[in-house]
Design a protein around this ligand. Structure first.
Ligand SMILES: O=C(O)CCC(=O)C(=O)O
Ligand SMILES: [Fe+2]
Length: 963
């Protein structure tokens, strides 16, 4: 196999400097070199080893690895190590967990037992794939021999430096005795870019005594004591990487260090390549008891005396301990299956460790990867500024992906099964239903950790019509996760913990079974219809995507044409009106918002449309007396202007009516929109049903065809009876064509229906809009080009302040269906009505400039921002879906990382669609985002205000974002 030319290991990534130990010097007894080895072994537990003599033996081992991994998966799976605690054999990708939440690893490897290599062609533990067998003598035996030699040489050095009697460590590692010693070739394929830091092999300490590792590409990382993060170990050609495992740390009472490490994707340019690594693990004899050799060494005794009593005393044999750790890293041994049945991790209690447990220290017990180790604890304890995470801290977890209809009461039970829960909070949707997610605050980290490992991915049945079963998602945010990791690394698991976990598991199983039964009974009794289509709450607008794909183009073009026709009609109408009117004598050409118009002495608070008889008053509700009153007032030309209080009261009243009317308007538009959406959905359901029926028909037809097919002679009528084959083929083609024609006709019928329906719907809506527009226009609320006018703006410049009110009232009757237009109305219409300044809009550059100016003027400080006026008519549901959704999504990812579902995003969008305050948004998000809730709300609100301001100026923001 030709050697691959890998890109060089990058210079600009954080690496840990390892001491380079010359094996030749060690063997020759070089005192200085032995000192350096000792330093490396006691400080970091990792070092490079050169001149080890295995240089030429590694390539053939990698080749064996390639050959093995190239076998078909089902062949490799015949040799899978399984979930029973055996390490030897093939480990498939994803079979091990890399962390407590059960994330799967991304490596596959082949482990060959030292015992099987030595016994070849006989077997001690198991058989291996043909590719392993083929190279047993030529490749594997020489490598294993050399590795054993190197490691036993190093062990002898440690034996001496620990002051142990000669052969003490060797006695724990007897070649002829059975042990967990093995060689391993690991394959890590290139990883997706989106998970640059995801471990392919989880953080762990090696379980055994000594590991002899050969790397070509980077990816191995070490967490050095006292450091602030993971550091790469740079692969150096010809240099092995050696490290100590937990067994040596235990034998030496913690004098020797077994350091935490993991594997991630190779750095930078190397990441495009498949990473291969090769290890030989020397592990103690199966029957060796894992405890400090204190009675044989003063140094070890001294270390043990100084340490917490019993800290390293596992009192289990190497075989037992090893099996437990292997078992514990298997994904299958730690997950709750979707049926709610938890695979029991047999033999995972640790009675002998009770003593250490009581002391509140962490045992060398499994958790993830190959399991954390005592030395990892020791290492942490030696870090000066290491602050042990508090056991009493409350921990809040995100509980998402909750199936519809699952109650808070049930969730509380489920969560409490994992430990004391201080609170479980779920937000309520605008439809007054609980959201699909919530937040559970646990009294202590252990309960939270149990919930993460026991409840994540548990499938709960949907208890509501039209809902699907979902798998729970239990997640900690970044900060909490860091805390929990640190807590766990420090935490000592005791028998009591194991018991608690067991109890929790069985309670969870019980609850899940119970709820499944309830759901089952409900559907059997017809109380639950999961097939029923329920309109999802987020469908607030008829979206393109809501329309059936086959008819989407048609409907959209219909809508466009309809709009075009309507606009044309509208333009023609307005032209007629204008032509009928004499030119405005002195009306301002361009109006400026918010400023009194030319010729106006004072603002006219009772301008048309804001008057008691303004546009907002429904036609039918106008009482005769009111008219009388108006006419009466008209006959009193000398009436003086109102007092300030009266004006203010009127202003207030007008504002209230504005709001009421805008609400009614919204309500009015909402209904047909909802109707249309429901119709679209119903059509889509009907179409799906029809398709399904057509498919079923086809199936039946096909079966019938096959039934009549005379194939007694041969499966291949093509060869035996060409005439019959042709006839059959013709029949089939004809049937297919007929089916096609039928489905085309069906589609056409559907399209025609849809076209008619959309036409009718749009006509209805247009009528409504026209009626409204008419009202508004009469009230002076609408421009001749159909653009809305700001309500607070006073009208007709020529109309004088004082009589204006009276005149407005005079006009009032005409607003309500009185056909004859009096002079005042004519005058009002003569004024070129209210004209938006479109000259800038036409000029793209200017519009952009204005938008930029608006953008720069959107307040940044919370207080001013939240007080700014929102123009919800400019922030439509459609815009919220189109523009705010990606924005909110991005923000969520920024604060919480990738989320499995969009519940939180939906929550924000619905909040906007409900026109709720930013303060409420912060309150809603605080349980998840804590102080970042305000930051997110400000970001979102700045966009809302930006849109509002732009809308107020008649500008389209298009895709422009505030930030
Ligand atoms: O692949 C590597 O570099 C390290 C592998 C490792 O740590 C292990 O298999 O225990
Ligand atoms: Fe390792």
């Amino acid at each position: 196999m030709p050697a691959i030319a890998y890109p060089a290991f990058p210079e600009d990534v954080p690496t840990v400097p390892l001491l380079v130990i010359d094996y030749a010097l060690i063997k020759a007894g070089d005192k200085q070199e032995i000192d350096r080895l000792w330093k490396a072994a006691t400080e970091l537990g990792f070092w490079y080893l050169k001149n080890h003599g295995a240089e030429d033996l590694t390539d053939p081992m990698f080749e064996m690895g390639h050959e093995t991994m190239d076998l078909p998966l089902d062949e490799k799976m015949k040799f899978e190590q399984g979930d029973g605690g055996m390490s030897f054999g093939y480990k498939s990708t994803g079979a091990n967990a890399i962390d407590e939440s059960g994330q799967k690893d991304a490596v596959e490897f082949i482990n060959v037992a030292k015992d099987d290599v030595q016994a070849w062609p006989n077997h001690v533990h198991r058989t291996y794939p043909s590719t392993v067998n083929a190279r047993m003598e030529s490749t594997i035996q020489p490598f294993v021999e050399k590795s054993l030699e190197v490691n036993s040489t190093l062990l002898a050095i440690f034996n001496e430096r620990l002051g142990l009697p000669e052969g003490a460590l060797a006695a724990q590692h007897v070649r002829a005795k059975q042990s967990g010693s093995e060689t391993r070739v690991i394959k890590s394929p290139p990883q997706p870019e989106i998970f640059p830091d995801k471990a392919t092999l989880g953080a762990h300490t090696d379980f055994g005594s000594l590991s002899f590792l050969h790397n070509r590409l980077g990816g191995l990382q070490v967490l050095p004591p006292g450091s602030d993060g993971w550091k790469y170990v740079k692969p150096v050609p010809g240099h092995a990487i050696c490290n100590l495992g937990d067994a040596m740390s235990i034998f030496s009472g913690g004098v020797l260090r077994s350091n935490l490490h993991r594997v991630v994707a190779p750095p930078k340019a190397q990441k495009a390549f498949t990473r291969w690594s090769l290890v030989f693990f020397t592990r103690p004899n199966d029957d060796a008891v894992l405890q400090p050799l204190a009675d044989q060494s003063a140094m070890v005794k001294d270390a043990v005396d100084k340490a917490t009593p019993g800290k390293y005393d596992t009192k289990v044999t190497s075989k037992e301990w090893f099996a437990r750790r292997i078992k514990n890293q298997r994904v299958n041994n730690r997950t709750v299956s979707s049926s709610g049945v938890i695979a029991i991790r047999a033999g995972l209690s640790f009675p002998a460790l009770a003593t250490i447990g009581r002391l509140g220290l962490r045992p060398p017990l499994p958790s993830y990867g190959q399991g954390p180790s005592m030395s990892a604890l020791a290492q942490q304890q030696q870090i000066h500024n290491f602050v042990p995470p508090q056991a009493q801290k409350q921990v809040t977890l995100f509980v998402g992906s909750i199936s519809g209809g699952i109650t808070d009461a049930f969730l509380n039970q489920l969560l409490t099964a994992c430990g004391p829960v201080k609170s479980f909070k779920r937000l309520i949707t605008p439809a007054n239903k609980p959201q699909g997610f919530g937040f559970a605050e646990f009294e202590d980290p252990d309960s939270a950790l149990r919930a993460m490992s026991l409840l994540n991915n548990v499938e709960l049945p949907a208890l509501e019509d039209g809902c699907v079963n979902k798998k729970l998602l239990i997640k900690a945010d970044e900060k909490t996760k860091m805390f929990l990791d640190a807590y766990q690394a420090q935490r000592m698991k005791t028998d009591a913990d194991e018991e608690a976990t067991k109890r929790s598991k069985s309670r969870v199983v019980e609850l899940v079974e119970e709820i499944n039964r309830t759901s089952q009974e409900a559907s059997t009794n017809g109380l639950l219809d999961k097939e029923k289509y329920v309109i999802p709450p987020h469908l607030h607008d008829l979206q393109e995507a809501d329309l059936p794909e086959t008819q989407r183009g048609l409907v959209i073009s219909e809508i466009a044409q309809f709009r075009e026709r309507a606009a044309k009609r509208e333009r023609e109408k307005m032209r007629d009106v204008k032509q009928a009117l004499p030119a405005a004598p002195s009306g301002p050409k361009v109006r400026e918002w918010g400023k009194p118009q030319q010729g106006q002495g004072v603002p006219q608070p009772t301008a048309l449309g804001k008057d008691a008889q303004g546009y907002s008053k429904p036609v039918g509700f106008v009482k005769a007396e009111t008219r009388e009153e108006i006419h009466g007032e008209r006959q009193l030309p000398g009436k003086t202007t109102k007092t300030d209080e009266e004006l203010e009261a009127e202003r207030k009243e007008a504002r209230r009516r504005d709001e009421e009317s805008s609400f009614r308007d919204r309500e009015r538009r909402y209904e047909p929109r909802e109707r249309a959406r429901i119709q679209a959905l119903e059509r889509s359901i009907a179409r799906d049903r029809a398709t399904k029926e057509a498919e079923d028909r086809d199936k039946i037809e096909m079966r019938q065809r096959l039934d009549v097919w005379d194939d007694d002679e041969s499966d291949e009528p093509f060869y035996t009876e060409r005439a019959r084959w042709r006839a059959a083929r013709t029949r089939r083609l004809a049937a297919e064509e007929a089916a096609d024609a039928e489905s085309r006709a069906f589609e056409e019928r559907e399209a025609e229906n849809l076209r008619r329906e959309s036409e009718a719907f749009l006509a209805r809506q247009m009528d409504e809009m026209q009626a409204l527009a008419e009202e508004q226009r009469k009230a002076g609320m609408l421009l001749d080009d159909g653009a809305p006018v700001k309500l607070h703006v006073s009208l007709a410049a020529a109309v004088e302040a004082a009589p204006a009110k009276t005149k407005a009232k005079e006009n009032a009757p005409t607003l309500f269906g009185n056909e004859e237009e009096d002079e005042e109305v004519s005058r009002k219409k003569k004024v070129p009505l209210v004209k938006l300044d479109f000259s800038a809009t036409n000029n793209e550059e200017k519009a952009k400039e204005r938008l930029e100016r608006i953008r720069a003027s959107v307040p940044e400080d919370k207080e001013t921002l939240f007080k700014s006026k929102v123009r919800w008519d400019g922030v439509t549901d459609n815009m919220i879906d189109r523009k705010f959704e990606p924005l909110v999504k991005r923000l969520m990812v920024k604060y919480l990382g990738e989320l499995e579902d969009d519940d939180l995003v939906m929550f924000v969008l619905e909040h906007l669609k409900d026109h709720k305050s930013p303060q409420k948004l912060i309150e809603g998000l605080e349980p998840v985002l804590e102080e970042e809730a305000a930051e997110l709300a400000i970001n979102v609100w700045r966009q809302v205000i930006f849109e509002s301001m732009a809308y107020g100026e008649g500008l389209h923001t298009e895709r422009m974002l505030i930030a």
